[in-house]
Design a protein around this ligand. Structure first.
Ligand SMILES: *Cc1c(COP(=O)(O)O)cnc(C)c1O
Length: 341
């Protein structure tokens, strides 16, 4: 069992499994009586929650995941914190949760970084920040009402390279019947969507040895349980256009921006499972997300049949785009889009 909290006196060189080590300090704000109080820096410790808390019964929770990086000059800087703060607000809106202004959320993220600065590993590691918003009102009668009390906290966790060196290519099961989420709610970063996807992911692992499930309801290629999905070749990047069915990834947006800058044609349009399988004969496929960055898919499984993507290894264009992003994040390339702050 991982300890509930652990601290490092020096930046760790080989952090534990992603998400299992927590820094000592979090920032916290509380909502009650129509007002937010705080924020304050508090020691990471078990939360006191009433057993009737809204979140425990009616799933009133949403979260974010972003990273702060240690620069060559020792500064620690956040990657696209504004986007993550805005997205937390969007998720909160969809869940009818109260949320402090975007400046307050961003300020709390910055304070969490400052409080845990010394625990920030060197690249390719990072300080992973996990803003979390939950409904805390003790009221099991409030099934159809938003919680009148809420808690926002920002946890910090030192993380390594999720898949070191870009990792091994993933095996992904194509799921055309089950859905990860529902139309409209798919863009909320909420535990409910993970809970909804879970049984499909568990079955894919157990029955097919798959790493992830690509949700393609009715043949429409959307995303996996926790990552966006992109098709890549020597001159194009193809992905689904933003709609309410899937999570609008900051990594997705960053990769598309970098791809266009590197001369790739960026195509955002819907595509089918048949088109996806045709693409695998010549192109590459990858998953994008803050934790995974950009990870190649080596194999797809549809109706029990295995289809190799290219030669089954991580393709050169996937590596190139991943490197372009990680170079900016590590401060090794110029931050031309103003993403670090
Ligand atoms: C967080 C998440 C992503 C990736 O978003 P990033 O902003 O790139 O980290 C993709 N899909 C789902 C379902 C997610 O929860």
């Amino acid at each position: 069992m991982p300890p509930e909290t652990a601290s490092q006196t020096a930046p760790p060189t080989t952090p534990a499994a992603f998400g299992t080590v927590f820094c000592d300090w979090m920032t916290v704000a509380r909502y009650r009586g129509g007002q937010w109080s705080g924020p304050a820096v508090e020691a990471v410790a078990p939360l006191a929650l009433h057993p009737g808390a809204h979140v425990l019964h009616y799933g009133s929770s949403c979260f974010e995941g972003l990273k702060a990086f240690r620069m060559p000059d020792g500064q620690v800087r956040l990657f696209r914190a504004d986007r993550h703060a805005e997205r937390l607000r969007r998720s909160a809106e969809l869940l009818c949760l109260p949320l402090p202004p975007v400046e307050v959320v961003e300020g709390m993220i910055r304070e969490a970084v400052a409080a845990n600065r010394d625990d920030t590993p060197h690249p390719p590691g990072a300080l992973y920040l996990r803003p979390t918003l939950i409904g805390t009102e003790a009221n099991i009668g409030a099934a159809g009402a938003p919680p009148a009390e809420a808690l926002l906290y920002i946890l910090a966790s030192p993380v390594g390279d999720y898949f070191s060196g870009g990792g091994r290519p993933l095996t992904v099961l194509i799921e055309e019947h089950g859905m990860r989420s529902t139309p409209g709610f798919g863009q909320a970063k909420t535990g409910g969507n993970y809970a909804s996807a879970m049984r499909h992911v568990v079955a894919a692992r157990r029955e097919h040895g798959a790493d992830q499930v690509l949700f393609c309801p009715g043949g429409d290629v959307q995303e996996t349980g926790a990552s966006n999905f992109l098709l890549i070749d020597d001159r194009r990047v193809l992905t689904k256009p933003l709609d309410g069915s899937f999570l609008h990834g900051v990594t997705r947006d960053s990769i598309l921006t970098l791809a266009a800058d590197l001369g790739y044609e960026v195509v955002e349009r819907d595509f089918s499972v048949d088109e996806l399988l045709a693409w695998t004969a010549f192109g590459e496929a990858a998953l994008s997300g803050t934790a995974a960055v950009l990870t190649g898919v080596g194999e797809l499984i549809r109706d029990g049949r295995r289809h190799s993507v290219g030669d089954g290894s991580i393709g050169p264009n996937t590596r190139r785009l991943r490197q372009a992003l990680t170079d900016i994040q590590a401060g090794a390339a110029e931050d031309r889009f103003g993403w670090l702050s």
